[in-house]
Structures are given as C-alpha cells and as structure tokens.
Design a binder for this molecule. Structure first.
Ligand code: C2E
Ligand code: MG
Ligand code: MG
Ligand code: MG
Length: 301
C-alpha cells in the first residue's frame, strides 16, 4: 500500500495513524472502530479533558533483601466511553500496528515523569519509575530527544527513570539499538530487558547491552513452585544476570511459594499481585507515605 509506505517513510510525523490504519483491513472493522475510539480518548486526554479515558496505573517493585518499594512500573489503562476498560494487550497491539503508539507512549512517558517528580516534590521517599517502550517507539528517530524533553519538562532526575525494552525490539537492528541505548545511558536513564527469556537474543549481544536489570518473564514464574523446568530457567537467569553485574527482578509473583523460591535463589527484586496489583497514583503515594514494606510470610510467622 503506497500511501501507508509513504507515511511510514515520514518517520515520526504526527497524526499519521489514520494512514497506517489502512494497512489494517485484514484485522477487521472492529479494530478500526476501537482504534478510532482510542484516538478520540488520546486527543481528549492530551487536551486535558476530564475523564479523557487514558490513565496510568503504577505497580510497586519490591527489593527482596530489604522489603522496600524502590520503584514502580507505569502501565497504561484505557477506559472506553461505552465499552469500559479495554485490555492493554488489545489496545497496545492496535496502537503499535497503527503507529499511534508513538503519541500514546509519549503521553505515558511524560505523565510518568511528571507523576514521579510530583511524588518527590511531596516529600515521599524517592523511587524510580519504569516506562514500557514498544518497538515502534524505540525505532523512532526522535526517541532520545523525546526522553530528554520529558525529563527536562518534568524536572525529574534522569536516574529516577527507567525504560523497559524487550529483546526482540533490540534484536531488530542490534547496532542501532545499542547506539540508542548508549545515548540513553549517557543521559543517566537506566534500561531493563522486559519479558526476559521469551525473546531471542544471543549471549554475546546481551553482553553489549548497556542495561542494569533483567526482568524474568511471568510465564516462568507462574508455575515456579511446582515446575522444575521453570525453576531451572529462573535460577539460570538469576545467575546469568549476576555474572553480568545486572539486577534481576521477577514479574508476576503471586504466591508466597514463588516468592520464597526467588529469595532462596538470590533474586534481587520482585513485582506482582502478591505485594500489589497496579494501582492509581494516589495509592502509591499512600503506600510510600506509610513506609509500607513487604514482609514475607516466612519472616512474619
Ligand atoms: P509488561 O510490561 O510485561 O507488564 C507486566 C504485565 O503483567 C502487566 O499487564 C501487569 O498488570 C501484569 N501483572 C503484574 N503482576 C502480575 C501478577 O502477579 N500476575 C499476573 N497474571 N499479571 C501481573 P498489563 O498492565 O495488562 O500490561 C500488559 C502489557 O502491555 C505490558 O506487559 C506491556 O508490554 C504493555 N504496556 C502496558 N503499558 C504500556 C505503555 O505505557 N507503553 C507500552 N509501549 N506498552 C505498555
Ligand atoms: Mg514492563
Ligand atoms: Mg514484563
Ligand atoms: Mg510481559
């Protein structure tokens, strides 16, 4: 489709998602309607309309040694005016395909930076905020400049921001990706590999990534208590991460058994329903204000 290709070539042009939408005939009218709703919500949210429909929830990340919340991950939420909440799996996939993710992601980045700076300004214990970056956003020429602008405009120190990227994203164009990651690192922003173990990256490539953290994918965590294969994978990722001087965090931790296994095997951090679901920003403020710590059942008992 020539139009779509032309607009794709106009790297980073604003409001170009209408054109990308033409590529999507195969995925059906329903998706186009949903995408249109998303565009309307994004415009309303950007215009500052109350109840624009888009928001960020934040999920605490807990240090397994100290029990402290050291950071949060920002996760997009979309409340459709008629259909109610739409799962991120669904709308982020559509936004990625259509190119709308560039603007959506920039809104998320700017909002998360502003929110974290607001918590700091309110005197809460300083934490980091992690923002997910999708392939299309990462490939965008202006990504580094956008991150710099989000930091400058919010006043958030760069070391209070982390970006979560996936292996498959990095491997699309390894040399380019590493160059971009180095620019971000030079700015003081840290990077983590999300869903680690589900993508493909060679160990020699991994060695060259300027990252500070590996996130063990939740698919390896869900059966961790009973499945020896998942246990082997988790232990291997933890030891690989540590040998490369990286922190290792497990995502999707729901049970005490999973948590106990991770602690016993020297995993550094965890994130999951066991401690907290993703929550609206006011709940994070509360949680930090009361200095809530994670006390595992083994210790509490
Ligand atoms: P992710 O970055 O791997 O985020 C972790 C997902 O696991 C989140 O799903 C979170 O709500 C969920 N989760 C956390 N703890 C648990 C648990 O204990 N058990 C289970 N079963 N799930 C848990 P969510 O919020 O639906 O987001 C799904 C994906 O959408 C994210 O996966 C991320 O790839 C993407 N996403 C979310 N927000 C953004 C965003 O602002 N930008 C981009 N580009 N992608 C985003
Ligand atoms: Mg993530
Ligand atoms: Mg993840
Ligand atoms: Mg995931």
């Amino acid at each position: 489709n020539a139009d779509a290709a032309m607009y794709r070539a106009k790297d980073g042009g604003r409001n170009n998602y209408q054109f990308y939408a033409r590529e999507m005939n195969a995925s059906g009218e329903e998706n186009l309607i949903l995408l249109d709703g998303l565009r309307q919500s994004l415009e309303a949210t950007l215009a500052g309309a109350p109840g624009g429909g888009l928001s960020l929830c934040y999920q605490p990340k807990v240090d397994l040694k100290t029990g402290r919340v050291f950071g949060v991950e920002a996760l997009l939420r979309w409340h459709h005016p008629e259909h109610g909440p739409v799962s991120p799996q669904r709308f982020i996939g559509l936004a990625e395909e259509s190119g709308m993710i560039v603007e959506l992601g920039e809104w998320a980045l700017r909002t998360a930076c502003r929110q974290n700076q607001a918590w700091r300004a309110a005197g809460l214990p300083p934490i980091t905020v992690s923002v997910n970056v999708s392939p299309r956003q990462f490939e965008e020429r202006k990504l580094v400049a956008r991150v710099a602008a989000a930091l400058r405009d919010s006043g958030l120190p760069p070391d209070a921001l982390e970006l979560e990227v996936t292996e498959s994203l990095i491997m699309r164009d390894l040399a380019q990706s590493v160059a971009k990651m180095r620019d971000l690192e030079a700015m003081g922003v840290s990077l983590s590999i999300d869903d680690f173990g589900t993508g493909y990256s060679s160990l020699s490539a991994l060695k060259s990534f300027p990252i500070s953290r590996l996130k063990i994918d939740k698919s390896f965590v869900s059966e961790l208590a009973a499945n020896p294969d998942d246990q082997a994978i988790a232990m291997a990722v933890i030891s690989l991460g540590h040998k490369l001087h990286l922190r290792v965090i497990a995502e999707g931790v729901e049970t005490e058994e999973q948590c106990a296994f991770l602690r016993a095997n020297d995993c550094d951090e965890m994130q999951g329903y066991l401690f907290s679901r993703p929550v609206p920003p006011a709940r994070i403020a509360e949680l930090l204000a009361t200095a809530q710590q994670f006390v595992p059942a083994e210790v509490a008992a």
